[in-house]
Design a protein. Structure first.
Length: 279
């Protein structure tokens, strides 16, 4: 009884569960199709039980005509081992993806976006504008990351759900397709419904939420800039008008804080020889 139970378990692994990321297969199963399956069969025969031989499919990854790297299950295993793609897997779930994206957002916000905003808003009193512009940049980065994850997972889902396997024998010029056997089609359908389709739906929700937040952040940034616009001392229209408009000249002097106006511009500060009088 125990031997039969063991054989049934191995059969289920060979048909479906062996292709889920929970099994932690970090490489393709065997250099040839069915290698891992043959190893399991041999192990079962050594135990004196041939029930596994009757219950398992003929091959582990499908038709031998399709190159190993282009078989949908192998492509699935490859994508789950790539950086970041595992974040959206069924193991991580929505909360795991949210936590990872939040950490990535914080790192990009603090190390990239805020320093750039600080170099753009050099005058005092523009903290809100700095935070708003940094938020826009960080959210846009997360949005593109989600699009990349979605494109990869959606491609794998389409390959698994299809009844045929499109492949290239040696290059793009000699492509062909192969009909999936019944057992392979059922296996791929099971893998798609259990491990890939939920990921695709989860990424759709995150993309829509991130896109909405990005649009709202752009609106907030525009409101903040209209509420307190940046005085551009180097605008050609301002430079021309300041020659005869005393009020504008007084405003420019007030915004400069008693320092030379080139102190707030890295280019003109370099032209001035390093910014004498700015410290």
């Amino acid at each position: 009884m125990r031997s039969l139970r063991y054989s049934l378990t191995l059969a289920l692994i060979g048909q479906s569960l062996a292709f889920q990321p929970t099994c932690r297969f970090q490489s393709r199963i065997g250099s040839k199709p069915g290698t891992r399956l043959l190893q399991l069969q041999q192990a079962t025969k050594n135990n004196g039980d041939d029930s596994f031989q009757r219950l398992t499919p003929e091959t582990s990854f499908g038709s031998e005509a399709v190159p190993e790297a282009q078989r949908p299950v192998n492509e699935y295993l490859d994508v789950t081992s790539q950086p970041m793609f595992g974040w959206a897997s069924t193991e991580s779930g929505s909360m795991g993806l949210f936590i990872r994206l939040t950490i990535l957002y914080g790192v990009i916000f603090a190390s990239v976006c805020y320093p750039i905003s600080g170099a753009s808003f050099t005058q005092e009193g523009y903290e809100v504008q700095k935070l708003a512009s940094s938020n826009v940049g960080a959210l846009l980065f997360i949005f593109f990351i989600l699009l990349r994850l979605y494109s990869g997972w959606d491609y794998i889902g389409a390959r698994l759900a299809s009844k045929v396997v499109e492949y290239e024998e040696t290059g793009w010029y000699d492509g062909d397709f192969e009909l999936k056997p019944e057992t392979e089609r059922k296996r791929d359908k099971f893998l798609y419904n259990s491990n890939v389709k939920p990921v695709v739906e989860r990424l759709k929700v995150f993309i829509m939420a991130t896109g909405s937040l990005w649009v709202a952040s752009c609106v907030c940034l525009n409101v903040a800039l209209k509420d307190k616009p940046v005085f551009n001392n180097y605008d050609p229209a301002v430079l021309e008008r300041v020659q005869y408009d005393d009020k504008l000249a007084e405003t420019a002097a007030m915004n400069s804080g008693g320092r030379p106006t080139y102190c707030d511009n890295r280019y003109y500060r370099a032209v001035a020889g390093g910014g004498q009088g700015c410290d």
